[in-house]
Write a protein that binds this ligand. Structure first.
Ligand code: HEC
Length: 251
């Protein structure tokens, strides 16, 4: 005879369901915010809206062909000064951005052509200051080791906490083959490690940028499956009269 159990999502008490549902709503909202933030920061790195492999390369590897100043003067800042002035600035950046040439040649150009925007809008770098400009004129090496370490450990601790509880709730889902359910629960952790590892790999070699995207999509999809399945089994299944006596935690 099959033993009867209430340890499955459709059979849980109203209070446990309400606890799980509140958590799922907040985590779902958090995941959407995270997606939006990625679009706004990394998504714009190559100057175009939307996330692409180029964005990942710019964010982690940088643009080692030249400086940020050079790519902007060939891109969105191209028409701010004359072509001759742009060339003078690019040449200055390539030759190491020394202070003597800055004072004699570059400062007058930026004060005439760039200051209207760049000295007054606080979100833009102040290109009339030598200190700021020196950084913009240096070769762009992408993410700094310090910030990569910080963001990596925050992600590893923070996101594993989220997946732990999402997986715990989903472990009470019914109707899955045991190994399929176990795999769905494990996949986000594996993709999380893959995602973080690929940030570091991309910093060293831009060829790994696509791994970052696969890692991120991988755990978003696995999380989505667990969140929607859990909601469905807690609320829709009992409404349809589908009950279960499966003991989901018994091996
Ligand atoms: C009409 C206003 C305006 C003028 C004039 C202007 N810029 Fe900009 N600049 C912007 C805006 C807005 C952005 C941010 C959007 C972007 O990156 O295209 C920006 C971005 C930049 C960036 C990238 C900053 C970063 O941290 O991503 C650099 C470098 C830059 N400008 C250099 C210059 C230089 C050099 C000049 C003068 C030749 C200049 N800009 C003139 C408005 C201006």
């Amino acid at each position: 005879m099959k033993e009867s159990s209430w340890l499955n999502l459709p059979s849980l008490s109203l209070s446990v369901k309400s606890l799980f549902t509140g958590y799922i709503f907040v985590v779902g909202l958090g995941l959407m915010m995270a997606g939006g933030q990625i679009m706004l920061t990394h998504g714009m790195a190559d100057g175009k809206f939307g996330l692409s492999v180029d964005d990942i390369v710019y964010s982690y590897y940088g643009n080692r062909e030249g400086s940020k100043l050079e790519s902007k003067l060939n891109g969105s800042m191209k028409d701010k000064a004359t072509p001759k002035e742009n060339l003078t600035m690019i040449k200055w950046a390539r030759e190491g951005a020394d202070e003597t040439t800055w004072n004699s040649t570059i400062k007058p150009i930026v004060e005439a052509k760039c200051a209207i925007c760049h000295a007054h809008i606080s979100t833009l770098p102040n290109v009339t200051s030598y200190e700021d400009m020196k950084q913009i004129a240096a070769v762009d090496h992408g993410a700094e080791i310090g910030s990569l370490t910080r963001v990596s450990h925050i992600h590893l601790f923070g996101i594993s906490f989220i997946f732990f509880f999402v997986g715990l709730i989903f472990s009470m889902a019914v109707g899955f083959r045991p190994w399929v359910k176990a795999a769905i629960i494990f996949v986000p952790f594996a993709f999380l490690i893959l995602d973080i590892a690929s940030w570091w790999l991309t910093k060293m070699n831009p060829g790994f940028a696509w791994l970052v995207i696969i890692g991120g999509f991988g755990y978003s999809i696995a999380a989505g499956v667990m969140l929607f399945t859990s909601l469905y089994q807690m609320w829709i299944m009992p409404m349809k009269g589908q009950t279960s006596e499966e003991n989901t935690w018994k091996g």
